[in-house]
Design a protein around this ligand. Structure first.
Ligand code: ANZ
Length: 834
């Protein structure tokens, strides 16, 4: 008997598959049905692949092989998201250029992926830092620019003092830089923005049309944050000249506009608050206010929103008039109101809003109730509420804000109305009186893409001597990243230090012209890469029309849930924008999305360098073999759950593979089925067809662990036979091949097959053969046989009971009585005691 030597077998087949180019596909073949399965491509870091990649890439590899065996033309590409900070930071430390380290790291990743038996065609890989690719990133920027989807503005942005660059809102976690953990500062920086907010509603609506995990959809919807409300104009009274507000009306009335989602509470408004950024404060002389504005400057929006203690200052001499009751209320500036959301001003209703409540308590401001709950002791069950129960009010005031909907009280003509209706009617009233309007707001902001970094895609913009930006014409693309730069960060983009770039710009555009020095956020690179894979070598288009049609959208996308707010949203935005511009014919990039869970150590801890518990896929492949590593990753837990990597348990999978091996070596493989008894054959076929059915359905549903369990059952059963029919073994090997490609290929060929197992056809099953034989179940009641019923041999106790109770003969004896006990002898007897 030959030993199972995973190392030899795996090396042999990896070499062979590469020689025969088995994973090459014809991207123009439109005869076969297409299937596009995509991984989130890795950033090629110095540490190589981690176990999380191993899991999700194995999952997509299984899908690829499964679909291919089913006869689809399958695109399963891989590439590198190779621009980014780590390579640049490494360059700063060592002086070695990002170009060089990135190249080396990519080679290492490719080696590792091959050693895992991942079937990518690396001739068709994509590298975002290659000019071949980023030419098209720049071209898309240009299309967006020409169509008003890119603009430049100076704005308060998140500045990471350690990375020395602007970072996106999505990259700020708890007020800290997601990458390096430094406290984020706020800085006024000029930069380029993508108009993702133009698509806010579509980005919410179209989530209904994709098969994504519900929680991912929900999180993305919340992130976009649609809220329906109204804008209300509060007229400013006794305004001093120092107050600089917009003139809204010809008769020179001045207003503060507030955004509210609860206009029904407006009779409870006791003050108005403006954000420190509000234009009404421009040029204000009040020292107290100026001091406050100075302090607010350095806080991030996140800090301001989450602050436990609300702070603010009253603006003396300024009053706002509530349009519904003409009451004058004071105006405050407070940083819990955010300048960039809504109108940057709110009507404060402390009785019904928690933040306003805290603020009013702190500064001893009026609290007026205008909505009470339905029914109960409040006496507001009907529409005639005039009296308010004082005790109830005290109770509510004592507890904090009452934030629910209810009936309006103390609200003039609207008293007694339900909140929902009042919202509508009050908004209509505002519109009729030109004092406000309906308004829908989104939390989502435009995407700031400028980075003061080197290792990114250059923004294809040059400035004329008067400082005006101009798009670089397509003929000059790719607009190459210069190589003569100093990496040390100074807060100015390293590109500003390149003589070559300066010279190049002047040579092409004229004296005094300067290039844009910022590069793009690397999330721009990954927002469209899935469109490039079908046509990576195309130099004329980002992807040819016919290949786009042939391959997109992506059928299955696998990757981490941490990408919900950035990558997955940005890729959807790009798809919608490119569709709007006429380059695509579909709305959503990823029809089906699945996340993999985290890979933890055996005690459930996150793997980290500092804890020293990081597991290297190379070591695991070396010790246990790629087939075992792959199968184990998908066996220990459902794909979306965390995997606890336990070496003691991988041995179980190694044993399973050894058993498969042993069967092929020890057993007599027979071609003539007459060599085993009819009964044996029937039992084996029954289990085989059940197994085919289950594995087929489970893989389709990403339930890999249960598919593997079923294959284990089959193998255990086979071990009990001395002789096994060849076609049964072959059918089984095809099921296992997507998980353990090497060992199955080896056995397949040892059975005399000349072509690769991956050129075979996925095993079909016969529904009839999956059915279990029927047996006669004896049903006793109080020890006497009352009926014999035909049931499946595999029937469970519950099912047996259910069947028995359907029998009239049995019913006769138990009617009206309580079943005290039932004993079930599998496949034979059910004894009921009443
Ligand atoms: C009065 C009111 C009364 C409010 C009440 C709520 C409850 P979402 O759902 O997030 O859109 N708001 C408006 N603009 C704001 C800003 N720039 N910064 C901070 N808060 C702001 O929240 C809308 C509500 O948040 C608005 O409705 C407003 O407070 C506040 F019983 O207006 B509300």
């Amino acid at each position: 008997m030959k030993e199972y030597n995973h190392k030899k077998i795996e090396e042999k087949w990896q070499k062979k598959w590469e020689e025969t180019k088995i994973n090459k596909i014809d991207k123009d073949n439109d005869k076969k049905e297409k299937f596009y399965v995509l991984d989130m491509f890795p950033y090629p870091s110095g540490t190589g692949l981690h176990m999380g990649h191993t899991e999700s890439y194995t999952a997509s590899d299984v899908i690829y092989r499964f679909k291919k065996l089913q006869g689809f033309n399958v695109l399963h590409p891989q590439g590198f998201d190779s621009f980014g900070l780590p390579a640049e930071n490494y360059a700063i430390k060592t002086g070695i250029s990002p170009q060089k380290t990135t190249q080396e790291n990519m080679q290492n990743y490719i080696r590792q992926m091959k050693s895992l038996g991942l079937a990518y065609d690396f001739d068709e890989k994509l590298v975002t830092s290659s000019p071949k690719y980023y030419k098209w990133t720049q071209w898309i920027f240009g299309e967006f620019y020409k169509n008003g989807l890119v603009y430049k503005k100076t704005s308060k942005t998140n500045w990471c003092p350690s990375c020395q660059t602007v970072i996106a809102n999505e990259q700020v976690v708890d007020g800290k830089c997601e990458r390096c953990g430094a406290e984020i500062e706020q800085r006024e920086v000029p930069g380029w923005f993508f108009k993702i907010t133009d698509f806010a509603q579509e980005l919410i609506d179209d989530l209904d049309n994709v098969d994504w995990p519900e929680y991912t959809k929900k999180n993305q919807r919340n992130w976009i944050g649609r809220s329906e409300g109204a804008i209300v104009k509060f007229q400013i009274s006794n305004s001093k000249d120092q107050i600089n507000s917009k003139s809204q009306n010809s008769n020179d009335k001045k207003f503060i506009e507030v955004f509210t989602t609860r206009v029904d509470t407006i009779f409870g408004c006791t003050y108005v608050v403006v954000a420190p950024e509000h234009e009404i404060l421009n040029g204000i002389e009040d020292e107290k206010v100026k001091d406050y504005l100075e302090k607010a400057k350095n806080k991030t929006e996140m800090e301001r929103m989450e602050a436990k203690k609300k702070t603010g200052v009253k603006i003396e001499g300024l009053k706002a008039i509530n349009p519904f009751n003409n009451e004058e209320v004071p105006v405050f500036v407070a940083d819990y109101v955010i300048g960039s959301y809504g109108t940057g001003a709110v009507m404060a209703v402390p009785a019904h809003d928690e933040r306003d409540w805290e603020f009013a308590k702190k500064y001893n401001l009026d609290i007026k109730i205008s909505v009470l709950s339905y029914g109960g002791s409040t006496g507001v069950e009907n529409n005639n509420v005039k009296e308010i129960n004082k005790e109830e009010i005290e109770k509510i005031i004592g507890d904090g804000a009452f934030i629910n909907y209810g009936y309006l009280v103390n609200s003039g003509d609207f008293t007694g109305m339900k909140s929902e209706r009042a919202k509508n009617e009050m908004t209509v009233w505002l519109e009729e009186n030109n004092l406000g309007r309906k308004q829908i707001n989104y939390r989502l902001r435009d995407w700031s893409i400028s980075r003061q970094r080197y290792w990114g895609c250059p923004i294809p913009i040059v400035y004329s001597p008067d400082g005006e930006p101009h798009l670089i014409p397509e003929e000059h693309l790719p607009w190459k990243l210069p190589e003569d730069v100093d990496f040390v960060p100074t807060g100015v983009s390293p590109l500003a230090k390149s003589d070559e770039l300066k010279k190049r710009t002047e040579e092409i555009f004229g004296e005094g012209w300067t290039p844009e020095y910022d590069t793009m956020d690397t999330f721009v690179d990954s927002s469209w890469y899935f469109l490039r894979y079908p046509d990576v070598h195309n130099e004329k288009e980002f992807c040819s029309k016919s290949r786009l049609k042939n391959w997109l959208p992506v059928d299955v996308y696998i990757g981490g849930a941490e990408h919900t707010y950035m990558h997955l949203l940005f890729a959807r935005f790009f798809t919608k924008a490119l569709k709007k511009l006429g380059y695509l014919e579909f709305d959503e990039p990823f029809m089906k999305l699945r996340h993999q869970g985290m890979v933890l150590d055996k005690d459930g801890n996150k793997m980290s360098k500092s804890k020293g518990n990081v597991i290297n896929p190379d070591d695991m492949v070396e010790r246990f073999g790629a087939d075992a590593v792959r199968t184990y990753m998908l066996f220990v837990a459902p794909l979306e759950d965390a995997v606890m990597w336990n070496e003691n348990n991988i041995v179980g999978i190694v044993r399973f593979l050894e058993k498969v091996w042993k069967i092929s070596q020890d057993k007599k493989i027979i071609k003539d089925k007459k060599e085993i008894t009819e009964e044996e054959l029937k039992a084996l076929n029954n289990l085989l067809h059940k197994t085919i059915k289950k594995v087929t359905q489970d893989v389709e549903e990403f339930s890999f662990n249960t598919a593997i369990s079923q294959m284990m059952i089959f193998v255990n059963e086979c071990s009990r036979y001395d002789k096994l029919p060849k076609d049964a073994i072959e059918k089984f090997l095809i099921l296992l091949a997507p998980f353990a490609p090497h060992i199955t290929e080896e056995i397949w060929q040892s059975l005399g097959n000349e072509k690769s197992i991956f050129e075979a056809e996925w095993s079909g099953y016969d529904e009839e053969l999956t059915k279990d034989d029927e047996i006669e179940l004896v049903v006793q009641v109080n020890g006497k046989v009352r009926d014999k019923i035909k049931v499946s041999a595999e029937i469970s106790e519950d099912e047996a009971r259910e069947e028995a109770l359907k029998s009239e003969k049995v019913q006769k004896y138990i009617e009206g009585k309580e079943i005290k006990k039932a004993i079930y002898v599998k496949g034979k007897l059910l004894s009921i005691v009443v």
